[in-house]
Write a protein that binds this ligand. Structure first.
Ligand code: IPD
Ligand code: CA
Ligand code: CA
Length: 254
């Protein structure tokens, strides 16, 4: 691997400065719709252009897949990037949005970084070496009773006319947990499980760039990462991440 996790942090934090410049000048921000419920701003495009140019210059051996610019030729070893995860929140001046960067080699997630510039929180993980927040090690929560748990989800699936739109599932789980949250950035949702702030997160119809970095961070922090049937792995179309202790209780409700 030709980049140190500390070098990656410098690049991602520089990307955060670009995002914050736009965030602090929202009246000049251009917001467009890619689809009825999918937004893109000039901040998304600028951040991704910076990350693509910088990462491919530093590591020419890796390809690049970004939400806004698509996939480069080589995809066996690639950066998987969501330049701003939570664009809707970003465009409204809310603080819960993040920059998500993962390095995937031969379908293995090797490095992950999720940076929330407005909150000044930087989450990172390297495969087999643990997960960190702002330079300190993090771990999932100890909550073992679903009834006392706080959970998070999202509604990407409301964008398409799926019969399963997560609303019934949310209702089932909301009745059996204490706290429910919809933060608006899937990458951050995964980091909150890793940091023990939330006990489980699930969502459907995401893309790999939404979840790649956060899933590695969560896994390295001790989380289970499965699909809705409990199969281990990162399944963006159906991802369930838990602290492990409530996994058996929440799985039957998925
Ligand atoms: C969105 C966020 C949101 C999730 C949406 C995603 P974007 O990412 O992750 O939490 O529910 O489905 O599209 O579009 O702001 O990059
Ligand atoms: Ca996203
Ligand atoms: Ca995005």
């Amino acid at each position: 691997m030709s980049i140190l996790i500390t070098d990656l942090e410098t690049v991602v934090r520089d990307a955060g400065s670009i995002a914050l410049a736009h965030f602090n000048d929202l009246k000049s921000l251009s917001v467009n719709k890619k689809s009825p419920r999918d937004f893109v701003t000039d901040a998304d495009v600028a951040v991704e252009a910076f990350l693509k140019a910088t990462l491919t210059e530093k590591c020419p051996e890796y390809g690049f897949w970004g939400e806004e610019s698509g996939q480069s030729a080589d995809q066996s070893a690639r950066w998987v990037v969501d330049p701003i995860d939570g664009t809707h929140s970003f465009s409204r001046g809310q603080y819960f949005w993040s920059i998500s960067v993962a390095l995937e080699i031969d379908q293995e997630l090797i490095l992950g970084a999720v940076y929330a510039p407005a909150l000044n929180d930087y989450y990172t993980a390297e495969k087999g070496k643990g997960a960190w927040k702002n330079g300190l090690p993090i771990a999932v929560s100890t909550e073992s009773n679903l009834a006392d748990a706080m959970v998070a989800t999202g509604f990407a699936c409301l964008r398409s006319y799926l019969t399963d739109n997560n609303l019934e599932r949310f209702g089932r789980i909301a009745q059996r947990t204490t706290g429910q949250r919809r933060f608006g950035s899937a990458a951050m949702d995964l980091c909150l499980v890793a940091d023990g702030q939330v006990d489980a997160f699930w969502e459907q119809e995401l893309n790999l760039y939404d979840v790649a970095a956060g899933a590695l961070i969560a896994k390295e922090a001790g989380a289970t990462v499965t699909d809705f049937r409990g199969n281990e792995g990162v399944f963006p179309k159906q991802i369930l991440v838990t602290n492990g202790k409530i996994f058996d209780q929440i799985l039957p409700l998925m």
